[in-house]
Design a protein around this ligand. Structure first.
Ligand code: HEM
Length: 158
């Protein structure tokens, strides 16, 4: 199961990478940049319906954030191709998908975004709605949210 999910992960996550992404300043690539330790196996990823399920959830969540007038401005200058790819990678990695996270660390990437606590809460609400739409069991949703919650201190500006 792990091997087949890893294969699907590579297919699913590399496809959007073919779209144009803007280059970013050099940084050291490391799974530590994901900001959370991954689950030891892929049981939780299976409850999210694999990388394809994660991809749908992240797309819906980001579409909602970009459309919502309360958060739209934050994403005005964002390379959405890159954000979609790296965020999907990060979530699959955390859910035990045995892939590498290739994005930047949470503190560095959010430091100039001006994200407030209310914005964080809005994003999490959209994430919960998208997970509901994907029929991710409530207990599995909460296990992911518990991994994301501590990242507030690196994402939200004070
Ligand atoms: C736990 C919650 C969050 C996680 C896991 C997360 C994850 C990420 C990731 C993986 C990236 C891209 C990394 C890269 O380009 O190398 C990113 C960028 C970004 N995030 Fe978040 N994020 C979170 C919360 C938020 C919130 C609440 C907002 C605003 C509502 C936000 C706004 C942004 C923006 C605007 C960028 C693009 C920055 C740029 O253009 O350089 N993020 N985030």
């Amino acid at each position: 199961m792990i091997r087949s999910l890893t294969f699907i992960a590579i297919l699913t996550l590399s496809a959007p990478a073919l779209a144009e992404e803007k280059s970013v300043d050099p940084y050291t690539q490391s799974n530590a940049n994901a900001g959370a330790k991954p689950f030891a196996d892929d049981r939780l990823l299976v409850e999210f319906h694999g990388p394809a399920g994660v991809s749908k959830i992240i797309d819906e969540m980001l579409d909602d954030c970009v459309k919502d007038p309360r958060t739209a401005d934050i994403f005005k200058a964002t390379d959405m191709e890159r954000l979609r790819r790296t965020l999907k990678e990060q979530i699959v990695y955390i859910l035990g998908g045995k892939i590498d996270y290739t994005g930047r660390d949470m503190k560095a990437v959010h430091k100039d975004q001006g994200v407030q606590q209310i914005d964080f809460n809005i994003l999490v609400e959209y994430l919960q709605i998208a997970m509901d739409h994907e029929h991710v069991p409530f207990r599995a949703q909460n296990r992911l949210l518990a991994k994301l919650a501590p990242m507030q201190r690196d994402v939200v500006v004070r």
